[in-house]
Design a binder for this molecule. Structure first.
Ligand SMILES: [Fe+2]
Length: 199
């Protein structure tokens, strides 16, 4: 049974950077629906196994990719937010690794901004580490499941679906991105980075 992650902050404290009504809808309606649907999908897998009937396996497999990734990405996104005053910074280790893999820290920030502004359709931008490729990368995920990498460990997850900003920012993605940076929790990113080497 999968559950919604518990928030370590009161989401009203994310204002004015993230509107609390928008957050409430995002977390309590959309994220809840993804979590409930993921549990239903798991039940369907179990029923198929009990009944030895896999007629719906192709449809179920597609729904699993969409819904499980929606659940995971939202959990990681809500986890890497924090209210102001936000004193968190990327660690020296991760900054050095960024410089090695992106050429410079400025190049990393430029690539991150471009990726955020240019996701096609509903999607996500995720900064992470691909274990198989041994490389830090920024990827654009379309919907919740397209264009992902197979051995990619997310470190920083940003929701670029319209439901994540439209109510407060309308079509002004630039302002959403600028304000979101004030409430990103880089301690969480550092901890995820440190855990790469323990997996
Ligand atoms: Fe979302």
């Amino acid at each position: 049974m999968y559950e919604m992650i518990k928030l370590k902050y009161d989401y009203k404290d994310l204002e004015p950077y993230y509107d609390s009504d928008m957050f409430n809808y995002h977390y309590n309606v959309l994220y809840k629906a993804y979590t409930d649907n993921l549990n239903k999908i798991m039940d369907e897998f179990n029923n198929n196994r009990k009944n030895s009937n896999f007629d719906n396996i192709q449809n179920l497999s597609k729904r699993l990719a969409f819904t499980a990734n929606a659940y995971i990405l939202h959990s990681l996104f809500f986890e890497n937010l924090t209210p102001m005053p936000n004193k968190t910074l990327l660690s020296k280790e991760i900054v050095n690794h960024i410089k090695k893999d992106f050429g410079s820290y400025d190049a990393f920030i430029d690539e991150l901004n471009s990726s955020l502004l240019n996701v096609e359709g509903p999607g996500w931008v995720v900064f992470g580490y691909d274990r198989y490729l041994d490389k830090l990368l920024i990827i654009q995920i379309e919907k919740h499941q397209d264009l992902t990498l197979i051995d990619f460990i997310p470190l920083l997850v940003i929701d670029m679906w319209e439901h994540s900003y439209y109510l407060q920012y309308n079509t002004n993605k630039k302002e959403y991105i600028r304000n979101l940076f004030y409430i990103l929790d880089f301690n969480v990113v550092n901890n995820r980075y440190n855990n790469i080497y323990m997996i």
